[in-house]
Ligand binder design. Structure first.
Ligand code: PMP
Length: 436
């Protein structure tokens, strides 16, 4: 973690110093303190402004939650209208929640029923508990590098740096080994690694959870047959297939990546982009599965003071409306293609051992020499090169995710001009890095 003191951002540094007195580390999520201590004062469309008045083209997009652009007027207006009408209630249901669940069922056919919560971590925790509760089985299978929230059962084998990969390391202290002992780690794009577990633990695996594109390590793309294979294995074994679409959902298609892949999971978790930055997330599945929640008389506890919050629901409905009636998806895909082609050309011109990958609006630069298929291919990533690339791009006014092996997001507010300027800046930055 580099936090040099002469970073030329006096106001940002001063705010962060104040923050450090009252917020551990000065940030509310550890990954927000990578690179220098940022403090932002304004957001609009494709841009963020820091406390020192610098403007950035924002590809971080709050880890992908900003889908349409910052402060989308239609989404903000819908949230404001909801607040003008109602706030939180603790009994029964509000119309906003019902409309959101009805709309989700329309756009995501596998979400015949949904529950709504505040964060992706809550959604995946509910999914894990539901899968275990329904099957009465112990094990959960995830893939190396997949991230499904900060809670115990999935807090294993997420970390990117190669030295910690494959060690079955918990993500945090304070996690009882028992909580992780039911979590098995398979390899993405490797069905054999999944089959091995089903042979070793017959009728004991409750669920496989996978990001259909593991965006927490950039963008590993599913090989033909992989997601279909997970579907077939789970069906054969009576296990629950969970697609964690917290990043891919709404970002790649209104019906999630499952719509593009043509593979239907039993449960889907979503969050982030679904409300363009407003805090709402959810879990969807068939009526038969979802009615195992205690709200419908089942045995799996469903609780949460803020669940179904009308403001989040209104923001999600407005976001979905904006996605339905516009050319959002082809437009951001075209910009994504432009970005990937432009960056790949620069890299090839300069002879840099790097790969540009992605899907739709997402682009990733891996500093590895060979094309990437699975997590193992990322172990040789040149972390230092990525960090330097990131630092120099940020200083040039282009904000990307500071951790290597992460993705960047084009929103509905970015323009072709933003993309062209980003490619030009990358050319300058990478040329300078080669010269140093
Ligand atoms: N699942 C995935 C795939 C994620 O990327 C994340 C967050 N990065 C989560 C779950 C957890 O979501 P949240 O941070 O909203 O709790």
């Amino acid at each position: 973690m580099s936090t040099s003191t002469d970073d030329g951002h006096p106001r940002g540094r001063a705010l962060w110093e104040r923050a450090r007195q009252v917020i551990p580390g000065g940030v509310n999520s550890a990954t927000r303190l990578i690179g220098r201590p940022y403090a932002f004062t304004r957001a609009e469309g494709a841009y963020l402004w820091d406390a020192d008045g610098n403007r950035y083209v924002d590809y971080h997009a709050a880890f992908g939650a900003i889908l349409l652009g910052h402060r989308d007027p239609a989404v903000d207006a819908a949230a404001a209208a909801a607040t003008a009408q109602i706030d939180l209630v603790g009994l029964g249901v509000t119309e906003h929640e019902v409309r959101m669940a009805e709309t989700l069922r329309e756009v995501l056919p596998s979400a015949e029923m949904t529950i709504s919560c505040m964060s992706g971590s809550e959604a995946t925790a509910q999914a894990a508990r539901l899968a275990r509760g329904v099957t009465g089985r112990r094990y959960l299978v995830k893939v190396q590098g997949g991230f499904h929230g900060w809670h115990d059962p999935f807090a294993r084998n997420v970390i990117s740096p190669p030295e910690r990969a494959y060690r079955l390391d918990p993500l945090s202290s304070g996690i009882l080994p028992d909580s992780l002992s039911g979590t098995l780690i398979a390899e993405y794009n490797d069905l054999e690694s999944v089959e091995t577990f089903f042979h070793a633990f017959p009728e004991q695996i409750a669920a496989i959870i996978v990001e259909p594109i593991p965006h927490n390590v950039g963008a590993l793309l599913p090989e033909p047959g992989y997601l279909e294979g997970l579907r077939a294995i789970t069906e054969r074994e009576g296990a629950v297939l969970i697609f964690d679409e917290v990043i891919t959902g709404f970002r790649h298609a209104l019906g999630g990546y499952q719509q593009i892949a043509g593979v239907t999971p039993d449960l889907t978790t979503f969050g982030k982009a679904m409300a363009n930055g407003y805090p709402v997330a959810g879990l969807g599945g068939s009526r038969a599965l979802m009615e195992n929640f205690s709200s419908a008389g089942g045995s799996v506890l469903l609780a949460g003071t803020y669940n179904g919050h009308p403001v989040g629901a209104a923001a999600a409905l407005a976001t979905i409306d904006r996605l339905r009636d516009t050319d959002h998806y082809p437009r951001v895909r075209r910009l994504g293609d432009l970005m990937r082609a432009g960056l790949a050309e620069v890299i090839s011109e300069l002879g840099i051992p790097a790969q540009v990958v992605g899907e739709g609006s997402v682009f990733v630069v891996y500093f590895v020499p060979e094309p990437v298929r699975g997590y193992r291919d990322l172990l040789g990533n040149d972390d230092d090169a990525y960090r330097e690339f990131h630092r120099r791009m940020t200083d040039s006014g282009f904000l990307m995710l500071p951790m290597s092996l992460k993705r960047n997001h084009i929103s509905g507010a970015h323009t072709e001009d933003d993309v062209t300027r980003t490619i030009d800046a990358a050319r300058t930055v990478l040329t300078d890095m080669c010269a140093d």
